[in-house]
Design a protein around this ligand. Structure first.
Ligand code: MEV
Length: 438
């Protein structure tokens, strides 16, 4: 076993790479070159990326593309997406094109409340705690005014603080359940700063509250942290059109198509194995935009999947119906994202992404992201219930296989042409390439 390293973060980037090389890359000296190959020649840009996080050795690229022709609430958007999966942007673009002539997407933010909690243990008298809380609540709010001042100017701030008794779940467990409006910022730092100050004030005031016994004066503040479960920060996206308008070159019988589409969504509503994959497809669109716009995709993922199981079993995020001859397909999801603060002002490509989106507010970005998710799901279900997913997927994957096989420019050109008429599989591509090379 190798010896542990100490003081690693203090080494220079070159020293870190050389340690890594000596310790773990002994059999692959080329890896060191690859790490260096990904450095940006613009030193300022390189340094900026290195300073996002600790122990940076190199940069990790993802394709940054756009899906054009998204009509959302009557306006036209090109949606930036950062994603490696070959077929995602193509599928989003296809869905956008399909819906642009059928009224486009409608999206609406229903609410924007974020949540944070101070978790604490108090084993004393419940009534006394309630009286103390009511007394201290205004102090909690006023005690964070130096943090909330700017946020309040922008229309946000602390909305409410509630004392929650969780002792049925665990003896002595209480929370300050706090609600926030963070306007155009995702708000994680703002919320966490407020919560830590609440905890501080709560503790100090409890220590001198006359009605408490000596023990009650010392509630154990365990942790103060925002929640990524945001069921009151919801955006709705929807498409609809008369069933007969669903017809296109792939869908000759729109009634049969609508029927199959609804059944596919119903299966995702009732069957968790399918729901997870169905929702994964939605996240293909959501994560790609969340990432391109510099938002926290882990927070978004966690919040959305929790929401998908909020009623006790994991289910589809999208729903569909046909009523009075109208096909309707919609989704409501929680989304905590920002268009100011965090990476949004720092990462040059994020700035470009937000410019492409016409500098949206956080609420507008919620709408765009939800639309990207809905479009992705529409495209996936449409393929699944008609041609099957592999036809389009493998067409997009062809270039990856050709690159794996080190195909030349000329070979790629010939094989792309050949596979316009033939089914792409890994072995068929390798076989055709071998034939070509003979
Ligand atoms: C692949 O990344 C996503 C799909 O599996 C989604 C779905 O099955 O609905 C195609």
């Amino acid at each position: 076993m190798n010896a542990p390293v100490s003081g690693f973060s203090k080494l220079t980037k070159d020293q870190k790479i050389s340690w890594l090389s000596k310790t773990f890359l002994k059999d692959s000296p080329l890896s060191e070159d690859v790490l260096r190959q990904y450095w940006n020649a613009d030193l300022r840009l390189q340094q900026l990326h290195e300073e996002f996080t600790e122990n940076t050795l190199s940069n990790f690229y993802l394709p940054f593309g756009i899906a054009p022709n998204f009509k959302i609430n009557g306006e036209l958007f090109a949606i930036p997406m950062a994603i490696e999966e070959s077929s995602v942007i193509a599928a989003a673009s296809k869905a956008a094109k399909f819906w642009i002539s059928r009224g486009g997407f409608k999206a609406e933010v229903l609410n924007t409340v974020k949540v944070g909690q101070v978790h604490f243990i108090y084993s004393g008298h419940r009534g006394k705690l309630e009286r103390f809380f009511n007394l201290v609540k205004p102090l909690l709010k006023s005690g964070v005014s130096y943090i909330t001042k700017n946020m309040e100017k922008r229309g946000g701030g602390v909305l409410d603080i509630e004392l929650r008794d969780k002792t049925e779940l665990m003896p002595g467990y209480f929370q300050l359940h706090c609600k926030f409006e963070t306007v155009d910022s995702m708000g994680a730092n703002f919320i966490n700063s407020c919560l830590e100050k609440f905890a501080d004030i709560f503790k100090k005031e409890a220590a001198k509250y006359a009605e408490f016994s000596a023990e009650e004066r010392q509630p154990e503040i365990l942790m103060s942290i925002l929640s990524n479960f945001v069921p009151e920060c919801i955006v709705r996206a929807e498409v609809s059109c008369p069933v007969e308008d669903l017809a296109d070159e792939h869908t000759t019988d729109p009634t049969v198509f609508a029927d199959k589409f609804l059944t596919a969504v119903r299966i995702a509503e009732i069957e968790p194995y399918r729901a997870v994959t169905h929702n994964k497809g939605i996240m293909n669109g959501i994560d790609a935009v969340v990432l391109a716009t510099g938002n926290d995709f882990r927070a978004v993922e966690a919040g959305i999947h929790a929401y998908a199981s909020k009623d006790g079993s994991y289910t589809s995020l999208t729903h569909a119906e046909v009523k009075d001859g109208i096909f309707r397909f919609w989704m409501e999801i929680p989304l905590a994202v920002g268009t100011v603060g965090g990476l949004t002002n720092l990462h040059p490509l994020v700035k470009v992404a937000l410019e492409i989106l016409q500098k949206p507010s956080a609420a507008q970005l919620m709408e765009i992201i939800a639309v990207a998710g809905l479009a992705q799901n529409f495209a996936a279900i449409r393929s699944l219930v008609t041609t099957g997913i592999q036809q389009g997927h493998m067409k997009m994957h062809l270039m990856n296989i050709l690159n794996q096989q080190n195909a030349t420019k000329g070979e790629k050109k010939e094989l792309i042409e050949y596979f316009k008429q033939n089914t792409v599989t890994h072995s068929s591509v390798v076989e055709q390439l071998e034939k070509l090379r003979q």
